[in-house]
Design a protein around this ligand. Structure first.
Ligand code: SF4
Ligand code: SF4
Length: 168
């Protein structure tokens, strides 16, 4: 049997797809954004939200980020003792937490490694900017994204329940 050139095969795929889209049950797969918008899945990786109260400035996310696009600054401060009569505790006070979305590759490592449930994915994706400098989101803006983090979904039946809980 003679070998069919790759280009002819490719054109065949294009033709078949074109015929499919002309069927009443078909239709174009392209969405005319921004006039039409698709609903992303609840766990889509759109933007990362910061739950600042949970962040201890441990720097783990920043160290693990392959792009080095998380910037954290903090200072030591004294917090009240846990029990009456105890010593004041030394804790980290977060001064700055920023993610540069012009560098982020949405790998999710920072969200996975955070031991204190401070980072969450939001499916929100509309944060493009005219100036690339505006893609640097400081902690105030990262905190606002928490509003768009979907509620925690129950685990599938039979799966082990040892994951994260979303603070509310
Ligand atoms: S998603 Fe990946 S690249 Fe983006 S900030 Fe987190 S660790 Fe860095
Ligand atoms: S890993 Fe979590 S707690 Fe540690 S600095 Fe990053 S966001 Fe904060």
């Amino acid at each position: 049997m003679p070998k069919v050139p790759g280009m002819v095969k490719g054109l065949g795929v294009t033709f078949r797809t074109m015929v499919e889209t002309l069927k009443p049950s078909g239709g174009p797969a392209t969405v005319q954004y921004p006039h039409e918008k698709e609903e992303p899945s609840p766990r889509a990786r759109g933007v990362i939200a910061l739950h600042e109260e949970n962040c201890t400035a441990c720097m783990l996310c920043s160290r693990e980020c392959p792009d080095w696009c998380i910037y954290i600054e903090a200072h030591k401060t004294l917090a009240p003792p846990r029990r009456a009569g105890g010593k004041p505790r030394q804790v980290n006070q977060l001064d700055r937490f920023a993610i540069d979305y012009s560098l982020c590759m949405y790998c999710g490592i920072c969200v996975e490694v955070c031991p204190f449930e401070a980072l969450f994915w939001s499916p929100e994706y509309e944060f493009s900017e005219v100036s690339i400098a505006d893609l640097l989101h400081e902690k105030e803006r990262l905190g606002e994204w928490m509003e768009t983090v979907p509620d925690f979904e129950a685990y599938e039946a039979g799966s082990e329940a040892k994951g994260k809980k979303v603070p509310r």
